[in-house]
Design a protein around this ligand. Structure first.
Ligand code: AMP
Length: 281
């Protein structure tokens, strides 16, 4: 596995791969790799001749009081895991390489970035779309794989790709979970033993909502109430949102119908975790 730290070198490598007629599959991450990330890499490997994984803890997607400085990092471990999973190139640029001063441009997607996570993290998606657009221009992939774990991010990126005509397919990887149902996340290491135990309530409440829908409940407020009732059983939990929205426009639903997204963001202590399921009715 080759490790590339400069933008110029990454672009040159990708040009070389493309000139050889090979397909590039790309997995962007913030590192501290886990099975969720590695599964995206495996999906990429199935369809690509060459896989590129990026690790960049992107400062512009963190708010002023968020965990940028504490975000977990272990590049040596990540290198080993990425190589074992068959990654061809690890792109691991320093911050100055990605945001050389003066940096004055941003990519913003309207409306769908202002709901759900956009309410408590108003500048988050602008940071995400800006860095992903940059990474697309640097890595020049034919396709990129993103996790369903960040459902809103995926929808926002698909919108950006369509609106700005990026010639890149966006592929979705399923949510990879721990044995008890907790969605894998680099942030899970922040949880105390008690918070870790209670965090399983995210998945349990999503499953309870699905059971209600399967048994015929169509009133979205009744399901929201059940989600909140379950989440409140966890003493360390503080709900950011528990929403039921349309998967296309992320607008809140009154009636359960069509393709719906049930999305949660909950603080366990100081750690904000997200999870979701999609249900078709
Ligand atoms: P992150 O490093 O958290 O920014 O995530 C990088 C990519 O991995 C994003 O596309 C995430 O949606 C995806 N991802 C993170 N956790 C999981 C998971 N548990 N299952 C599937 N994909 C995930």
């Amino acid at each position: 596995m080759k490790i590339v730290r400069s933008v110029r070198e990454m672009q040159a490598e990708s040009d070389k791969i493309r000139r050889a007629g090979h397909v590039i599959g790309f997995v962007p991450t913030m590192g501290f790799l886990h099975e969720g990330h590695l599964n995206l890499l495996r999906i990429a490997r199935e369809k690509a001749d060459r896989t590129i994984l990026s690790i960049f803890v992107n400062p512009t997607q963190f708010g002023p009081n968020e965990d940028l400085n504490h975000y977990p990092r272990d590049i040596e471990r990540d290198e080993t895991l990425a190589e074992e999973a068959g990654c061809d190139i690890l792109f691991y640029p320093p911050v100055e390489e990605m945001y050389p001063a003066p940096f004055r441009t941003a990519v913003t997607v309207a409306e769908i970035t202002q709901v759900l996570c956009g309410i408590s993290r108003p500048t988050h998606f602008r940071g995400v779309t800006t860095i992903v657009a940059k990474l697309f221009n640097i890595v020049k992939p034919h396709f990129a794989v993103f996790g369903q774990k960040d459902a809103q991010q995926l929808i926002v990126i698909k919108q950006m790709v369509r609106d700005l005509n990026f010639d890149i397919d966006i592929i979705t990887g399923p949510i990879v979970r721990e044995a008890d149902g907790l969605a894998m996340s680099s942030r899970n290491v922040y949880l105390s033993p008690e918070e870790r135990k209670e965090a399983v309530m995210l998945y349990k409440s999503l499953m309870a909502a699905k059971t209600l829908i399967d048994s015929g409940e169509r009133n979205a407020d009744a399901i929201r109430a059940e989600l909140e009732r379950r989440l409140r059983q966890a003493k360390t939990a503080k709900i950011d949102y528990a929403e039921i929205v349309d998967t296309q426009n992320l607008k809140p639903l009154e009636t359960i119908q069509g393709e719906i997204l049930i999305a949660l963001a909950v603080f366990f202590g100081r750690t904000r975790l997200i999870d979701n399921i999609q249900v078709s009715v």
